[in-house]
Ligand binder design. Sequence first.
Ligand code: CA
Length: 420
Amino acid sequence: MSFQPNNPDLKSFIDVSKDSDFPIQNLPYGIFSTPNQDARVGVRIGDFVLDLAGLSDAELLKDLDFDHSVFYESVLNPFIELGQQNWRATREKTSQLLQKGSPLEDKKDEFLFPVADVTMHLPVRVGDYTDFYSSIEHATNLGKLFRPNGEPLMPNWKHIPVGYHGRASSIVVSGTEIHRPKGQILPKDADKPIFSPCKTLDFELEMAFIVGKSTNLGESVSIKEAENHIFGMVVFNDWSARDIQKWEYVPLGPFLGKSFASSISPWVVTLDALEPFRVESPKQEPEVLDYLKYEGKHNFDINLEVDFIPQNGEATTISRSSFKYLYWNMAQQLTHHTVNGCNINVGDMCASGTISGKDENSYGSLIEITQGGQKNINLKGGEIRKFIQDNDTIVMRGFCQNENVRIGFGEVSGKVLPAK
Ligand code: CA
């Protein structure tokens, strides 16, 4: 599908550098506040945030035929609930207003705030969070580490987009500091667990989609309809306490090793903005069941990077991966999620699972990069790590790039503080 705001020839009166994630063709949504204004809906362009509530006050959004109170909310949920048609109308309107020669150009200082002057907030109220496990490379790597004597992939893996229900309450916005979790750990060669701060704290490089259209209990979403239930995407760091996870995960899966925190990037990039970056998915063999069969391109070519920053140190990029490697796409994930009649709600978040590529430079977690802590990571400035130490910071970025345009997500950053 082609959308007018995606036109690569559009130019804004705001100067946007070529390597910015936020040209006029992107226009992601977020929640921001300023020292003088409560949290409200904004759209990112270059190094500025466009204030939609302010535009509405000034009657510059009169063409948008819905109740503008949604722009004064401290979460995007009420806006998202207005439906795809209205998100599209809003993106089109903001695109027009940001173009050269628009009525906004002369009054831009009233409605555009430098990003450095605003505080970003969690963009949605997350009702439920589901974490998938959709990278075949990651599932294989982890299978080898957790079950060295068995088949790395479980027999169900190529038939089901495997996932589990995560914890929504601990999803935080980029910049939020994370305390090292504590829990039960089984020391090597011991037969009893100890209670301790996590010793093998890890990140997981993921992306998440935000549900844009609710369903009723008992309903299923068909694969054809699935993407119409998705509002947009963010970069997602699913922090993981490997030692806690290893002891607790049998037989019911991840629990406290995961639920202490997940961090997201603050700007929600719409699927419409990602449209030029659709790509084929990896071939699925064996053939999947009919309800999971799809036509067309449902993966997106999103470059992903992870930086490791020790305290007072410089950043070392330790992984470069891509969303396009995922074996199971978002449409399949959402279809599978609802096939049993489970209802979904606007604002729900579904993460992809760690996104690893084939070679070591593209692994999406430390447990893979260090082979379970056997290998060192050499950081710039001489520091060495196997896992995350106190006061280390992890930064993840995502962006799409073609010859015409770059559509990015910005970053999700999180610093690890000592256990409380
Ligand atoms: Ca995960």
